[in-house]
Design a protein around this ligand. Structure first.
Ligand code: SAM
Length: 296
């Protein structure tokens, strides 16, 4: 495998517009959040592939950039990849931008980047805004490990099924949600994760009406319901992970009781640990402990 990039000066940006695909982050609201490197690369490349050319055109106009635009969105990406990559293979340079934030993060571009990599072409990150990372950075919830879930399914049954699968997940979780589904999503989160789960909701990050809500899921749902502004804007939800096993003893006990009645202790403990996310040691202790004994 050939490593890409051999820039020895770690503080120097790579040469602008060498034959490459540049993945360029753009603002999520505040136009001042574009980096000077991003602006320089957008100015210098041969063509900019944009999710919505009209929207990106406005950003480029504000930067005084007149690079030609071509569209690349969810519905035409498959057909656009080859000609764009052929252009890079012939020595050209292409930048990819999405409507807001970092391309590929719940945005188009995956096929373009995957195929560029498969063809051995240079792919260069021009990092910047990402609503998920911005929300995490101010949420006050653990960030040592987190799980990005993007958009939950729009249909209630599928959404609840996905949340059920995430219920015992111990890491902080980040969700994107459309404004018209935020309330029902918060209701489902309360039902499935429990109303007391700590969370943070960021609305309109970096924009004029930026608002944040923090507390338990129940408190946030109440605050949002009471805020008329909460009916508009863009939302990112950050939800604390499932509490450590000690807080889930009741669930572990319930599962252990069902399984231990049907299976040998070792097998019951292994299955209970898999189902609840508890350690096998804690599950086994519960299987063999007299009633009332518990996990640590
Ligand atoms: N690629 C983008 C990024 O890097 O954040 C995300 C694109 S995704 C299609 C759009 C979703 O991101 C919105 O529905 C919302 O959940 C979240 N989002 C984008 N801008 C936001 C903002 N200013 N404040 C809060 N959430 C935002």
């Amino acid at each position: 495998m050939k490593p890409s990039g051999d820039n020895n000066d770690s503080s120097r940006a790579p040469e602008v517009a060498a034959a490459a695909l540049y993945i360029v982050a753009t603002p999520i609201g505040n136009l001042d959040d574009i980096s000077s490197r991003a602006a320089a690369i957008l100015r210098a490349v041969d063509v900019i592939a944009a999710e919505d050319t009209r929207r990106s055109g406005r950003l480029l106009a504000s930067l005084g950039v007149s690079t030609p635009l071509t569209s690349l969105h969810e519905h035409n990406e498959a057909g656009r990849v080859t000609p764009l990559l052929d252009r890079i293979a012939a020595g050209g340079s292409v930048a990819l931008v999405s409507d807001a934030g970092t391309p590929l993060i719940s945005d188009p571009g995956y096929r373009l980047v995957a195929q560029a990599r498969a063809r051995g072409l240079a792919v260069i990150a021009v990092p910047g805004c990402c609503a998920a990372v911005a929300a995490l950075s101010v949420a006050g919830l653990p960030t040592d490990r987190f799980r990005f879930e993007g958009f939950l399914p729009a249909k209630p049954a599928a959404r609840r099924a996905r949340l059920q699968a995430l219920r015992q997940q111990p890491d902080t979780q980040v969700f994107y949600e459309a404004v018209h589904r935020v309330r029902e999503c918060l209701a489902d989160l309360q039902d499935v994760f429990g109303a007391d789960r700590p969370a943070f909701v960021a609305r309109e990050l970096t924009k004029l009406h930026e608002t944040s809500y923090h507390g338990t899921l129940a408190e946030i749902a109440c605050a949002l319901a009471a805020d008329p502004g909460g009916e508009r804007g863009e939302f990112t939800l950050v939800v604390g992970g499932a509490p450590a096993v000690a807080g889930n003893v009741a669930e572990l006990e319930r599962v252990v009781a069902v399984l231990a009645a049907e299976l040998p202790p070792g097998q019951a403990a292994t299955l209970a640990a898999k189902i609840t996310g508890a350690s096998r040691r804690d599950a086994y202790r519960l299987v063999t402990a007299p009633r009332g004994g518990g996990a640590e």
